[in-house]
Design a protein around this ligand. Sequence first.
Ligand SMILES: Cc1ncc(COP(=O)(O)O)c(C=O)c1O
Length: 443
Amino acid sequence: MHLYSTHSHTLTTTFLHAVMQGLADDGGLWMPAALPRLLPSFFEELPRMSMADMAVQVMQAYIGDEIPTKDLEPLVRAAFNFDAPLVRVSDNIYSLELFHGPTLAFKDFGARFMARAMSYARNVQGVQADSRGDLCVLVATSGDTGSAVAHGFWNVPGIRVVILYPQGKVSDVQEKQLTTMGGNITALEVQGTFDDCQALVKTAFQDASLAEKVALTSANSINIARLLPQSLYYFRAVAQLPAEACQNVVFCTPSGNFGNLTGGLFAQRLGLSVKKFLAATNRNDTFVQYLASGTYNAKPSVETPSNAMDVGNPSNFARIEALYGGSLEAMRKDIAATKISDEETLATVARVEKEHGYLMCPHTAVGYLATERFLQTPEMAGATGVVLATAHPAKFGTVIEPALGKPVSLPERLQDYVRKEKHATLLPNNYELLKAFLLKTQS
Ligand SMILES: Cc1ncc(COP(=O)(O)O)c(C=O)c1O
């Protein structure tokens, strides 16, 4: 697989290098140089394929012979060992539930694949001989990303994960998800804020004397290995739709950094039939404004009930722009965008639960309302909407309970975490102590 940097088409690399590197040297994001079209036989077979069978074929099409099938197939099957069920919510709107992985959010898809791809890349690049020992993934988290990354890397050979989280500033469930895994995952409870955690991690990455002894890496969300799996679930949705709906599908992505939308656009280039993509945002509407005016104005983020989408300068915008060669007109043919207010978001959670008995997280609710409105426009007559349900509603109980007027029960998988005992090392907000910890625990 060949990739180029969004900052310069002449800077190119391979998949395995891009996985280890994250960002290109010039600060650009890695983009596939070509997106191969899947054969008609793939689409004929699609309704009969399992998630894992489909994922093997799509990932193979992307990566090509850079990872031989005998290695890629078990890697992909281990990463995507859970499904994305499609649930009919109303007459013409379906919810694609992306929260059936270990941390109950769509990030499990990307994180589980990236972990295995990194482990593979490290082995083939001969870094086993690295005298520094295991690769150490260092992450600062305000809650969700840390647990998806930690679960993704859990038990992956040759890699350990050190998570820094701010003491008292993550929810109880999130803390248990971060601190009960054991094995190759270590949690550091930092006596500081999330910004302090990020600053500690940043200092560690800049410390040359630490790099001599510890092979550090980040598990950044812009890594191409996290992005490619985000195209898989679009195929899985179409596989589950009634045949008559398949040629007339609107996919709605509740958007923050626009990774999911980018994944969908990749799926379309691979040959998936999509009538329109609808990017739904909360008040952080930089992309909505861009599509309307043609001017991209990054803004500071504002806080909303769909907080994982509070992004004023979406990182994947550069990839979307590159995909359309900067043509706004071409982009508008494929993509529409809508902004939803905070009040509308919470009211939608309550209304859809009442009318259809379907409970959504606030992010999914942004997408649902946007889809309802969009499907009412004359050009969309007869279309079927599929909303990406990006997280389990119980993860956002404190946000949606006041709107619902009743408690949201925790699913069994989250209750299991809560019952487990927390294991975290207390870390004062002091870089030298973090460094000493990393050196002491390096194997
Ligand atoms: C629950 C949830 N929904 C939606 C999003 C937005 O997804 P994207 O960044 O791919 O636009 C995120 C991002 O973190 C998320 O966690």
